[in-house]
Design a protein around this ligand. Structure first.
Ligand code: ATP
Length: 599
């Protein structure tokens, strides 16, 4: 019999762990596996299967559920239109038989596999499985992936194959955290992993549980697990949580969290999941080399896209496209821009133990900002120094909860994602989400249907939108007679869309100057008369519907006559296709608010 650890043993562990109710029991099963069934030489080979999402030795499989479904169908030799094949393809929906398993791909797959595979184990070893998974990751097309899957199917039973599917999808649903696995493996495993992101190294260095490992600091060239932010519900809570601390509030940029590791001319771009992204190099490396003179340094920040024509950051989602355009030398108004909000290594040493305030100072010394390409985010310098007049700043020292509220409101109105509050006295801690950084963002309604509202008035903008309508007052219909319950919305539309809507409505905008301040009679606007738009749309038939979304926590309206008003409403799109009378009515809106739990 082979000396090597069998995969079937690991599957028994998975089954035990899944069945055990408490975390202590799960951990003790894992300990027993390590002590009794797994040779220490096989630790890495086993643990990379238990924590597949942390394994960086193997490339990605390129197999999300839908592709995996077709590869499995072919590997099992099933007809694509057979009942089971459709079950796999439509795994989200489930069918009469899948019912309970709907939405869980591996359980649907297990059901299908059970009808086709035997119950006796094929005797696959952990080492063999890892070799086959390597082949699966390196195979270039579906046919090759399918042939690896069919080898796996031949060498396993349905139970084992179900676990392999979960390993491929990188989620074992064992009901235990990676923290517990690390702690049970070795008391220093988590710390070492956090500063190296190297599972192999952890498993090899820490084989002996009784031998403690000296705390290791971060190194240039090895990804560090990023410090994270704790989500908070509102500014008051955030302010209380940071009571007595010196607090900086920053815009929460919506891009890619990237750590830049510079070692001479060698530069790495590590993402949040500690994957290296060399594709950013074409656009960024020369800039980093020229503007970060330090030989060795690690910056923490967000990779974004800067639009040179509108002089603002572009909405999230185009990073990869812009990186490719830069690689291919294509001309574009858009360019990658890295915003460094922290520094982890500089002056030839790790600086994560210094306070954020000290790190901000160092950041200013180490990085020479280049507008729209390489920026730094510090309260009184960097990005803040070249904002246009009248625009909110990107970061500031908050002295009161009102400062935080105001900054949050301005940030959302500027179409940014939210804010991050940071304790300026805190050190940078890998993987920490304990509350030194707090994030505050609106929680948008995920309504089944659109919130389609009708424009009934407009407000003039300021700054570059001065003199033109830049925000709208929108309303809901009242059944059965059209009428309106209004709310002001402005954010969410691109400049072009906003201009197009304002131009279309311009002929119908009516100013209602003193003494004729009342709105047109078909608009039922406010309980008191504080909120007045600058112009009204002269009648609803002339107007346009907007699809909007808003913070889930709607607020009881005191200003407007609808029972609720929307917080941070944001325009999704303009509905030129919808006639005005198809806008949402008050009753449906209230139902929506209730079903979103936002009373
Ligand atoms: P989300 O999905 O809300 O972005 P997340 O789970 O990816 O959250 P969190 O740790 O909760 O990550 O939030 C911090 C993230 O916010 C960082 O990973 C980073 O990508 C982003 N971010 C944007 N601006 C900042 C900033 N000024 N300071 C810190 N993080 C920022």
């Amino acid at each position: 019999m082979s000396e090597e650890t069998k995969f079937s043993v690991l599957c028994s562990l998975f089954n035990w762990m899944q069945r055990s109710k408490t975390s202590t029991l799960k951990r003790s099963k894992f300990r027993k596996f390590l002590d009794t069934f797994c040779k220490s030489a096989d630790y890495f080979d086993s643990i990379r299967l238990i924590l597949p999402s942390l394994d960086r030795e193997r490339g990605s499989y390129g197999l999300k559920e839908s592709v995996l479904a077709t590869c499995l169908i072919d590997a099992l030799g099933m007809a694509r239109d057979s009942e089971d094949a459709l079950r796999l393809i439509n795994w989200r929906k489930g069918g009469a038989k899948t019912g309970v398993n709907a939405g869980n791909f591996s359980l649907v797959a297990a059901e299908v596999l059970q009808r086709r595979q035997g119950v006796s184990s094929g005797g696959l070893t952990i080492k063999e499985l890892n070799d086959l998974l390597d082949r699966l990751a390196s195979s270039e097309n579906r046919a090759e992936k399918t042939s690896v899957l069919s080898i796996l199917i031949k060498k396993t039973n349905a139970q084992e194959m179900k676990w392999i599917v979960m390993i491929i999808l990188k989620d074992l649903k064992l009901g235990t955290s990676e923290k517990s696995i690390f702690h049970e493996f070795h008391p220093d495993a988590e710390d070492l992993f956090n500063v190296t992101c190297d599972l192999k190294l952890v498993c090899e260095k820490l084989r002996d549980r009784n031998q403690r490992h000296k705390r290791q600091d971060i190194e240039v060239g090895k990804a560090v697990r990023p410090q994270l932010a704790m989500r908070v519900g509102d500014a008051t809570f955030a302010w209380k949580k940071l009571h007595g601390k010196e607090v900086v509030v920053e815009c929460k940029f919506d891009g890619d969290r990237i750590q830049i590791h510079k070692n001479g001319t060698e530069i790495h771009y590590f993402s949040r999941n500690f994957l290296d992204h060399p594709e950013y190099g074409h656009a960024m490396s020369d800039i980093v080399i020229q503007n970060v003179p330090a030989d060795r340094c690690i910056l923490d920040g967000e990779m974004l896209v800067w639009d040179t024509s509108s002089n603002r950051f572009a909405e999230f989602g185009s990073n990869q496209e812009i990186a490719k355009a830069a690689r291919d030398g294509l001309d574009s108004d858009r360019q990658l821009c890295y915003v460094a909000f922290d520094i982890l290594y500089g002056g030839d040493t790790s600086v994560i133990h210094q306070s954020l305030k000290e790190r901000h100072e160092l950041l200013q010394k180490v990085v020479k900002p280049l507008k729209g390409r390489l920026e730094i985010l510090v309260p009184n310098g960097g990005l803040n120094t070249h904002r246009s007049e009248g625009e909110p700043c990107w970061s500031l020292i908050a002295r009161s909860v009102d400062d935080v509220e105001r900054f949050f409101k301005e940030t959302i109105e500027n179409r940014d994602e939210g804010i991050v509050l940071k304790d300026l006295g805190s050190k940078w801690e890998p993987s920490d989400r304990s509350g030194k950084w707090l994030k505050l963002k609106p929680d948008y309604i995920r309504a089944g249907s659109d919130l389609d509202v009708l424009i009934i008035g407009g407000y003039y903008g300021s700054g570059r939108r001065g003199g033109e309508v830049a925000q709208f007052l929108v309303g809901l219909a009242e059944r059965p007679v059209p009428n309106t319950y209004p709310r002001r919305v402005g954010t969410g539309l691109s400049d072009e869309d906003l201009e197009a809507v304002a131009t279309k409505l311009k002929p119908y905008f009516r100013k209602y100057e003193y003494p004729k301040k009342a709105p047109p009679s078909f608009y039922q606007v406010t309980n008191n008369s504080k909120e007045r738009p600058d112009v009204w749309v002269e009648s609803p038939e002339k107007s346009i519907i907007l699809s909007i979304t808003s913070d889930i926590r709607t607020i009881r309206s005191e200003v407007f006559s609808a029972p609720y008003s929307l917080r941070f409403p944001r325009i999704d799109r303009v509905r030129y296709d919808k006639p005005w009378h198809e806008c949402l009515d008050v009753e449906s809106f209230i139902e929506l608010v209730h079903s979103s739990n936002g009373t």
